[in-house]
Design a protein around this ligand. Structure first.
Ligand code: TMP
Length: 224
């Protein structure tokens, strides 16, 4: 992967009237606790007086909500390449209409899942070529990479116990077998290993307050 593909490209940051914006993503398997950590970070940033935009993929826009319904709840088979393109379409629209404008304004964007989920789930999980999947997302988003990606790493068996305890019906991805989720986890860890400056990898079984403190520290460093 060439250097220019691993560099955040949202040039308007420095010129934003409200100060530099920041793009933070949370990644990890289903049940890793991303939503809890994103909420804790959102609260803390609000207390610091930052404008926060909280969003997610798939489903961060009106178009995205419809795509989310297909990829998570369509009954029956979806071809793996079609699935990858649906996530990329959601992402293209979301970044162009929602995320880039927010970062350009100087806001902090906190997002549940981004292109690393595509590389891990469609690449490692569905066994499509990881470089193709990454290139597709970078094309879709004109090369936007997060300033910080927090990976909440969790053993798939522990994740399954958490999801079972939630007592909600599984979506198409959650319903995949354990070896799928083991490949997804390994995919995320490989991505983090390749870009150690962008990723903060945390053990998702650590106490939530302690995780939140580590996340705050990493965000403060980037805002400072
Ligand atoms: P979540 O919003 O509840 O995390 O569910 C989204 C599901 O979609 C989750 O199982 C991961 C999966 N997913 C992909 O397979 N590829 C992607 O690019 C994204 C963003 C999510």
């Amino acid at each position: 992967m060439t250097d220019d593909l691993t560099r955040p490209l949202h040039a308007p940051r420095a010129a934003a009237a409200g100060g530099p914006g920041l793009f933070v993503t949370f990644e990890g398997g289903d049940g890793a606790g991303k939503t809890t950590q994103a909420s804790l970070l959102e609260r803390w940033l609000g207390e610091q007086g930052r404008v926060v935009v909280r969003t997610r993929e798939p489903g961060g826009t009106d178009v995205g909500v419809r795509i989310r319904d297909i990829v998570l709840h369509h009954r029956g088979h979806i071809d793996a390449r079609a699935e990858a393109l649906l996530y990329a379409a959601d992402r293209a629209h979301h970044i162009a209409t929602h995320v880039r404008p927010a970062v350009a304004r100087g806001d902090v964007v906190i997002q549940d899942r981004y292109l690393d989920s595509s590389v891990a789930y469609q690449g490692a999980g569905r066994v499509l070529d990881a470089d193709d999947i990454r290139a597709l997302s970078l094309w879709a988003t004109e090369g936007l990479l997060p300033d910080l990606t927090v990976l909440l790493d969790l053993d798939p068996a522990a994740a399954r116990r958490r999801l079972d305890a939630d007592d909600k019906p599984f979506d198409r991805l959650e319903a995949e077998k354990e070896d799928f989720h083991a490949r997804v986890r390994a995919g995320f860890l490989a991505l983090a290993g390749a870009e150690p400056r962008r990723f903060l990898v945390l053990d998702a079984e650590t106490a939530p307050d302690e995780l939140a403190a580590r996340v705050r520290e990493a965000v403060a460093e980037r805002l400072g």
